[in-house]
Design a protein around this ligand. Structure first.
Ligand code: SAM
Length: 224
């Protein structure tokens, strides 16, 4: 066992089988991390707090109907998307990242754990938002990918009207979130709920209207 399983069981709603799947995922992450950079955090207690429980905190604050579709933009080594898939096997989860080597690792975990209804997608979010994936997901999540204003333009075009964009932000991100509100409104969203959860804040943005066709723009224009 790599992570403190008893603590994971005590501090989450996971069953023993799911906790063991998480442990196997972390074991594979640390093995791969020896030659491919996936995470700076390697202490098991810290992995539990900073990666696993932080990812799970989304489920304490956002209600997701059975069978919802979810895309994790900039999933990296799989946080929060892969943890959410283990916790909620009913979700249909797309793990999106622009970096292939991280997705190759995630593919190996999906295969090892036999996770059905999880797939990886190598893409830039702002490009995916101009394909048939536009407005196709019930939920789009993102952790540690970009400033809230930039992130909203990467993620909101991918969310169905009636769905939600869920951003995991640091506890100090209040001003960043406030500054992003006008752009969020332009993109068809509204900050519906912000709650302290996990390591920081979980921000739920409700998609209330279609995103205007001119968004998302090219990355260089988004960050300007
Ligand atoms: N979400 C993971 C976590 O919290 O551990 C990874 C965070 S990592 C700091 C940021 C990830 O976002 C990187 O893997 C990077 O390749 C990806 N990324 C950055 N911009 C992106 C974009 N426009 N579209 C897709 N992925 C992107």
């Amino acid at each position: 066992m790599i992570i403190p399983i008893d603590r994971l069981l005590a501090e989450s709603n996971l069953g023993r089988e799911q906790a063991l799947q998480v442990d196997r995922f972390i074991e594979m992450m640390l093995e791969t991390n020896a030659h491919t950079n996936l995470t700076r955090i390697t202490d098991p207690e810290a992995i539990l707090t900073d990666h696993i429980l932080d990812s799970l905190s989304i489920l304490d604050t956002v209600r997701m109907n059975e069978g919802s579709s979810l895309c994790d933009v900039g999933c990296g080594a799989g946080f929060p998307g892969l943890i959410l898939k283990i916790a909620r096997p009913d979700l249909s989860v797309t793990l999106m990242d622009s970096t292939g080597k991280k997705l190759a690792f995630i593919d190996s975990v999906i295969d090892d754990l036999g996770l059905e209804g999880a797939r990886t997608l190598r893409a830039r979010a702002e490009e995916a938002g101009r394909t048939k994936l536009r407005e196709s997901f019930d939920f789009v999540t993102a952790r540690a990918v970009a400033d809230m204003k930039v992130l909203a333009e990467l993620c909101l075009p991918l969310v169905k009207v009636g769905g939600s964009f869920v951003a995991m932000k640091s506890a100090a991100a209040g001003e960043e979130i406030a500054k992003a509100k006008p752009m969020i409104g332009t993109l068809g969203g509204r900050v519906a709920h912000t709650e302290a959860a996990g390591k920081g804040l979980v921000v739920r943005v409700a998609k209330e209207k279609p995103t205007p066709r001119r968004f998302p723009r090219e990355y260089k224009d988004i960050v300007k």
